[in-house]
Design a protein around this ligand. Structure first.
Ligand code: G6P
Ligand code: MG
Length: 212
């Protein structure tokens, strides 16, 4: 087998929490009268909460103090967490669960590599709390994607070299992180059109073809 582990991003790969991030940031942007659309949102994929806010505020017509920024980031997270309460096991699609089970049952390690500090909450809501061999997330890193730290921590926990691992991402920042860290990469959604993506996927089911 070519890869000994698959490291999955969470938001936009395992589940569609990327939509909830969008809705929560949209409320903040509207409240502040700041322009925000899908294109700006795509730049937030894989990027930490505070760095996401900085990107949104690039469109603002005035500077914000550090204190104002931390209030906005906190408010966004409260809105986001309220939206997460709607999530259940039904938000894990049959397709994604099937792909995960197939990979895990063939003896390949499965891991999470996400910048989100809400990773464990989300995994428990969709019934995957104890599913992965390791979970590397926003709570154990200093630098978010495109820095490879989150994936390097996952590989280290699995005792594998980056080149033995395949990273699955929906974010350009995540694909750059994988590339910089020496990992192989598969990209879905926005990341499927990115030139650094080794294996473009049109759906998660496509991931199984990478292993044939
Ligand atoms: C993921 C998402 C980003 C989000 C980041 C932090 O990487 O793709 O859009 O900003 O996590 O999420 P958090 O739940 O910690 O605010
Ligand atoms: Mg993502």
């Amino acid at each position: 087998m070519r890869f000994k582990a698959v490291i999955f991003d969470l938001d936009g790969v395992i589940c569609h929490t990327d939509q909830y991030h969008y809705q929560a940031w949209k409320q903040i942007a509207d409240q502040e009268n700041v322009f925000f659309d899908e294109q700006v949102n795509n730049r937030l994929r894989g990027v930490s909460r505070m760095e996401s806010l900085e990107i949104i505020l690039e469109q603002a017509d005035r500077p914000y103090t550090e204190e104002e920024k931390s209030v906005l980031a906190e408010t966004k997270n409260e809105i986001y967490k309220k939206l997460l309460k709607n999530m259940t096991r039904a938000d894990l699609t049959e397709e994604v669960k099937g792909v995960l089970d197939n990979i895990k049952n063939s003896g390949i390690k499965v891991a999470i590599g996400s910048s989100s500090r809400n990773t464990k909450l989300i995994l428990s809501r969709i019934g995957l709390a104890d599913y992965f061999h390791t979970v590397s997330d926003g709570t154990n890193i200093q630098r978010s994607k495109p820095d490879p730290e989150v994936f390097l921590k996952a590989a280290e926990a699995l005792k594998l070299a980056p080149e033995e691992c395949l990273v699955v991402e929906d974010a350009q920042a995540g694909i750059i992180a994988a590339h910089r860290g020496g990992f192989h990469s598969a990209g879905i959604g926005e990341a499927s059109k990115f030139h650094l993506t080794e294996y473009p996927l049109s759906c998660m089911g496509d991931l199984l073809n990478v292993f044939e």
